[in-house]
Design a binder for this molecule. Structure first.
Ligand code: OAD
Length: 250
C-alpha cells in the first residue's frame, strides 16, 4: 500500500472533528473470530447451516442449529482480545476525533478496548433473552455453554432463550441513536465490513452532504464508489502504519 494513502487518511482525520466508525467482523479476525463472507468465514464452514443459523423462525422451532454454531463461537469470543484496529479507534476517541462506533459485531471488543460510545446494532452476548419477551433476561455467565445446543428454556415462561443478538427477521438495535450519530459525522470510517447486510449497508446514505467516507477493508465493498478513500489492507497493518498503536503492548 502506498504511503500516500496513509497520508491522505491522516489528513482526513486531522481535518475532522466528528468521526463515526462503522465496523464489522473484519476488525476481529486477527483476534481469532472468523468473519462471515471471506473464504474462511462462518458461511463457508460446512458444519454451519449459514442459510438458517440466524433465522428467527427456524430458531423458534429448532434451537439446535443456532446452538451448534454458538457452542463453536462462544469460546472464540471469550478468548478474544481487542486488536490493533480496535485500539486505533480508542486512540481516535482519546484524540477527541471519534465520537461514536456503530458496530455489527457481537463480540464486545470495542468496549473492552475502552471506547465509550459504542452502538451494537446486531446486539451482544452478555445476556440471554427470551424469544417471547425482551424483559425475560439472564446474565450469560449463568448459562452453561453445553446447554445452549439443546436450547435454553426461559424460567419465566418456558420459551427458548438466545443471546441478545439480532437474527434475520428482527429489528436492529438503537436505530434512532445510530441515525442521530451518523447525521453528525463529518468523516465516516468504515472498517472490516463487506456492507452486505441491510439496514447497516444503507446507513452511509444518511450522512449529511460533504461527509467524507473512508473504507478500510481487505476486499471491495458495496460502497466503494461513494468513498473518498479506500484502503484495501489488513486493518492491523493500517493501525500500525498510521502510528496509532505503537504504545500498545500485545
Ligand atoms: P463480512 O464477513 O460480510 O465482511 C467482513 C469484511 O472484512 C470482508 O469484506 C473481509 O474482506 C474484511 N476483512 C476480514 N479480515 C480483515 C482484516 N484483518 N483487515 C481488513 N479487512 C478484513 O462481515 P460483516 O460485514 O461484519 O449479521 O457482516 C455483517 C453481518 O452479516 C454480520 O453482523 C452478521 C452477518 O450475517 C447477523 O448475524 C445479523
Amino acid at each position: 500500500m502506498s504511503r500516500q494513502k496513509y497520508d491522505q487518511l491522516m489528513d482526513l482525520i486531522l481535518k475532522s472533528t466528528n468521526i463515526v466508525a462503522l465496523t464489522g467482523a473484519g476488525l476481529s479476525t486477527s483476534a481469532g473470530i472468523p468473519d462471515f463472507r471471506s473464504p474462511k468465514g462462518i458461511y463457508a464452514d460446512p458444519s454451519i447451516d449459514g442459510e438458517r443459523v440466524f433465522d428467527i423462525n427456524v430458531f423458534q422451532n429448532d434451537p439446535t442449529i443456532f446452538g451448534r454454531f454458538f457452542t463453536k463461537l462462544s469460546p472464540q469470543v471469550s478468548q478474544a482480545k481487542p486488536t490493533k484496529g480496535h485500539y486505533m479507534l480508542k486512540k481516535l476517541e482519546d484524540m477527541k476525533k471519534l465520537t461514536c462506533i456503530i458496530t455489527q459485531n457481537i463480540d464486545g471488543l470495542h468496549t473492552l478496548a475502552g471506547n465509550q460510545n459504542v452502538l451494537e446494532v446486531h446486539g451482544h452476548l452478555r445476556e440471554f433473552v427470551c424469544i417471547n419477551s425482551v424483559h425475560h433476561r439472564i446474565d450469560s455467565t449463568k448459562i452453561k455453554i453445553e446447554d445452549v445446543e439443546k436450547g435454553i428454556i426461559c424460567p419465566e415462561c418456558g420459551g427458548y432463550m438466545k443471546p441478545d443478538i439480532i437474527f434475520f427477521g428482527e429489528h436492529v438495535k438503537d436505530l434512532e441513536k445510530v441515525l442521530t450519530e451518523i447525521q453528525k459525522a463529518d468523516l465516516l470510517l468504515i472498517m472490516g465490513t463487506s456492507l452486505s447486510v441491510y439496514p447497516v449497508s444503507g446507513l452511509p446514505s444518511y450522512c449529511k452532504d460533504g461527509t467524507k467516507i473512508v473504507i478500510i477493508n481487505q476486499t471491495s465493498t458495496t460502497l466503494d464508489k461513494e468513498a473518498s478513500l479506500i484502503i484495501n489492507e489488513d486493518i492491523d497493518i493500517v493501525a500500525e502504519k498510521m502510528g496509532f498503536v505503537s504504545n500498545i503492548a500485545y
